[in-house]
Design a protein around this ligand. Structure first.
Ligand SMILES: Nc1nc2c(c(=O)[nH]1)N[C@H]1C(S)=C(S)[C@@H](COP(=O)(O)OP(=O)(O)OC[C@H]3O[C@@H](n4cnc5c(=O)[nH]c(N)nc54)[C@H](O)[C@@H]3O)O[C@H]1N2
Ligand SMILES: Nc1nc2c(c(=O)[nH]1)N[C@H]1C(S)=C(S)[C@@H](COP(=O)(O)OP(=O)(O)OC[C@H]3O[C@@H](n4cnc5c(=O)[nH]c(N)nc54)[C@H](O)[C@@H]3O)O[C@H]1N2
Ligand code: SF4
Ligand SMILES: [Mo]
Length: 757
């Protein structure tokens, strides 16, 4: 397809497109996109689970933890009390009653016989080799409390840190704050959406968070810049995108790869990697110089329009063509498409946006384009979300730490609004510039070895620690380096905090156990409370049982635990009436000027370009290709690659190679090959080649989360290659410290030996 030309209007190519997508090995998920797709994919997974019982089976409410869209659902059990299936809750806006394949396959997390089964204490050196002895909970928790207390006594509580992803973060976060540290970091910020949040805060005065407040269902034009919805299975967005397509919305996909979303698009722009800012500037130029922007809106709400107009004067489509390889007429045509749909147009802000180190500026360009088209606060654009406010169970005030992670950043990244996981990792490696390097890590629900770029650095940091405890459900790579491993039961076996997501309506959802914890596993809230009481911090966890805490919270909100057990999800009325789109009202923006800042005063104050500029990035040397990576619909990061149900759908990743490149190298489909990056790092395992037109000749593509090196993962071990291992070059975003991960190049090696020679 790529050879057909740059940026073709794909409207007349439907048949070819269908043929094209058939070659996808994404099975059902790649071929059918809409509601029927979701149903068929769900059936595919549930069929693997065996027979369904009657719908009179006992059901308990939950919200999903297979990814962080947190769809609410019902867990069904058969007569013997065995968990049979999970289905979506009809009242939940995140899923509208339908889970994605991963959510349905969440049952596999519960049944996975490779799970962590009992607390573990290290017996040999910190080598990642997973040599532990089994311990009782009492002993393991004592060791954790002592390990943390020793660091506090010797270095201060500020030298401890929490890395977390998922619901346990609340409890371990409270524990750490009570202990006296504010170093709470999640890789879902500096390795994911951080640059986007900073760019939108600078422009509109607020970040987007999750779920993003995008009115996709009513949009008339959706522009996806590397957001591969359909492979990125964030449920509500995928459903709304298929609804929008059914209603005739135009999709414009900018992606060097022919993604599933591209196959559903009116326009596919196979951009040269790392050049998106040039395309965005050319679009801004077209919208402004053709007078296609929303004049009333821009006049009323924005700051810096004249400066922006001058700034983009020379960024013509012809200029961008030379950089992006997207033809000028396609740039013009797509700009017109957006303008025709405005204000019901969404330039999608993306989510995993840490690509090339200038990501905050790219997302600023995205935010500016949305502002010019007037889509913020408009139907079919960005809606105004509301969040339910859940009262905190009473506890003493947290102490104020004397130092925080910010003090370890050397005055950099002041615009980062959350802690940087990569920054806290760096601050663990002793340096003369630091008052104290971090000495103890609590790692909850994040496989840092595969999540942070440059694993060599992560391992070096860990080796400098006095103490590390890992809380996980599976023997993932990170557990191999822990002093103590605490096995958490899965989300199907526990209560958790109420889900209070933002949305068109404020809402809450309950997760409660559908089954007793298997093996000798426990919920995170219990572990945190036990550790707190050993550290003399029991007052911060003053509830006796989590049921008591939840019931207290719910009663403050006019509900009860008993009600939530029955309904699972409760949608609350909007506090300020029914307006998701206050277009006729005056909007206010929490920026320095009170306006939407096309010219960012906050960036100018910090010495950064107040308006986005394009800078060229390195291109691959001869014989090397951009290492491009992304999602598969049936897997989440590295967390599902051992899940028996999901492994049935996809058990390894492949490396996508353009036919031209395959010919040059003599590569055949299914041929196992090693990948070597620009720093001489060779993938631990061979990965099978997939020859496909769907990838540009200057790039290869692999799905993230495979290539596990831990033998205790019996299904995932040695399957495919790990992108994380090959991401050794990090392009740091100077504005907020995000770790750009797409500046890595790989070449092919026919054997592991050849590259070692
Ligand atoms: N190379 C590379 N790196 C990336 C990305 C990429 O695409 N490529 N993506 C980035 C993005 S967008 C993000 S958001 C981050 C995600 O990063 P992470 O959230 O760290 O993702 P996972 O690697 O899946 O790690 C999740 C860990 O949680 C464990 N776990 C699962 N369920 C539970 C539970 O109920 N309790 C506990 N305690 N543990 C549980 C899993 O076993 C696993 O070890 O990674 C970022 N890093
Ligand atoms: N199934 C599934 N869905 C998920 C997740 C999961 O693990 N599994 N994780 C969730 C999370 S936390 C996140 S953050 C999101 C991540 O998903 P997204 O935010 O949608 O996407 P990315 O991972 O950033 O980007 C992947 C796409 O970017 C394209 N790309 C690569 N280089 C370039 C470039 O230079 N320019 C452009 N325009 N495109 C480029 C790739 O070809 C690929 O299609 O997915 C979410 N949804
Ligand atoms: S999108 Fe899928 S995996 Fe994510 S929370 Fe929803 S059902 Fe679970
Ligand atoms: Mo993410």
């Amino acid at each position: 397809m790529y050879v057909c030309g740059i940026g073709k209007n794909l409207n007349n190519m439907a048949q070819k497109r269908r043929d094209f997508i058939k070659i996808s090995s994404l099975t059902a998920a790649g071929t059918i996109f809409g509601a029927s797709y979701l149903k068929s994919a769900v059936t595919a997974v549930t069929d693997k689970l065996g027979t369904f019982g009657p719908l009179s089976m006992k059901r308990t409410p939950t919200y999903c933890e297979v990814c962080f869209w947190k769809c609410a659902g019902w867990v069904y059990k058969n007569e013997e009390g065995k968990i049979q299936k999970i289905v979506g809750n009809d009242d939940d806006e995140n899923c509208n009653g339908r889970l994605c394949p991963r959510g349905t396959g969440g049952v596999g997390m519960y049944y996975d016989e490779d799970r962590l089964k009992t607390p573990l204490i290290r017996v040999t050196g910190k080598d990642g080799k997973q040599t532990f002895r089994e311990a009782s909970w009492d002993e393991a928790l004592d060791v954790v409390a002592k390990g943390l207390q020793k660091v506090k006594d010797e270095h201060g509580a500020e030298c401890t840190a929490l890395f977390t992803h998922g619901s346990g973060g609340k409890y371990f976060g409270d524990l750490l704050k009570a202990f006296g540290s504010a170093n709470i970091a999640a890789p879902s910020y500096a390795q994911c959406r951080g640059p986007r949040e900073v760019a939108f805060i600078a422009t509109f005065g607020e970040g987007l968070d999750s779920p993003e407040p995008l009115d996709i269902r009513d949009t008339r034009c959706l522009v996806l810049i590397g957001s591969h919805l359909g492979e990125n299975m964030h449920n509500g967005q995928v459903q709304e995108m298929s609804d929008a397509i059914d209603k005739g919305a135009a999709i414009i996909t900018v992606d060097p790869r022919f993604s599933t979303a591209a196959s559903k698009s009116k326009f596919w722009l196979p951009i040269k990697p790392a050049t998106d800012i040039a395309l965005l500037l050319a679009w801004i130029h077209e919208i402004i110089y053709n007078d296609w922007y929303d004049k009333k809106y821009v006049e009323k709400y924005t700051y810096g329009f004249d400066l922006l107009k001058e700034h983009v004067r020379n960024y013509t489509p012809e200029w961008a063509y030379g950089i992006t390889t997207i033809k000028p007429d396609i740039i013009r045509e797509t700009a017109r498409e957006m303008r025709n749909a405005a204000p019901s147009v969404i330039i999608h802000p993306g989510r995993h946006v840490t690509w090339y180190g200038d990501d905050t500026q790219r997302l600023r360009a995205v935010a500016i384009l949305n502002a010019l088209l007037g889509s913020w606060g408009r139907r079919g654009g960005y809606y105004v979300p509301e969040t339910a406010s859940v009262p905190s169970f009473p506890h003493p005030e947290f102490p104020k730490p004397t130092r925080t992670w910010r003090d370890a950043m050397g005055g950099k990244y002041n615009l980062a609004d959350l802690a940087l996981a990569s920054g806290v990792c760096d601050a663990t490696i002793p340096s003369p510039d630091l008052d104290c390097s971090i000495k103890a890590w609590i790692v909850n629900g994040t496989n840092l070895i595969m999540t942070l770029p440059d694993e060599r650095k992560t391992i070096e940091a860990i080796k400098n620690l006095d103490f590390m405890v890992v809380i996980d459900t599976m023997p993932m790579e990170i557990t191999g380096y822990a002093d103590v491993v605490l096995p958490e039961c899965t989300y199907l076996e526990r209560y958790d905090t109420l889900r209070a997501d933002k949305g068109r309506k404020p809402n809450i959802a309950l997760r409660m156990p559908a089954a007793e914890p298997k093996y000798n596993t426990k919920p995170a809230y219990w572990m945190a409370k036990e550790i707190a009481s050993r550290l003399g911090l029991g007052d911060y966890f003053a509830w006796n049982t989590i049921e008591e805490m939840l019931d207290w919270q719910l009663k403050q909100m006019g509900s009860s635990l008993e009600e939530m057990k029955r309904i699972g999800v409760k949608n609350l009325p909007r506090e300020y009436g029914g307006l998701y789109f206050p277009e006729e009202e005056d909007m206010e923006f929490n920026t320095n000027t009170g306006k939407i800042e096309l010219y960012s005063t906050a960036f100018a104050n910090e010495g950064f370009d107040p308006m986005p500029v394009y800078t060229a990035h390195e291109t691959p040397p001869p014989g090397f290709y951009h290492l491009n990576y992304g999602r598969a619909p049936m897997h989440t990061f590295s967390r599902t690659s051992n899940n028996p149900n999901l492994v049935d759908l996809m058990d390894e990743n492949t490396v996508w190679v353009n036919p031209k490149v395959a010919k040059e190298w003599g590569l055949k489909n299914e041929q196992p090959i090693y990948l070597e990056n620009q720093d001489g790092i060779v993938s631990d395992f061979a990965i099978k080649v997939r020859v496909t037109e769907r990838i540009r000749f200057d790039s290869v593509y692999i799905v993230h989360g495979f290539g596990h090196a831990n033998k205790k993962l019996s299904r995932a071990y040695g399957k495919g290659a790990s992108d994380s291992q090959l991401i050794s070059r990090v392009l740091l975003d100077p504005i907020m410290g995000g770790t750009g991960m797409r500046g890595n190049f790989v070449t092919f090696r026919f054997s592991k030996k050849e590259s070692e020679a």
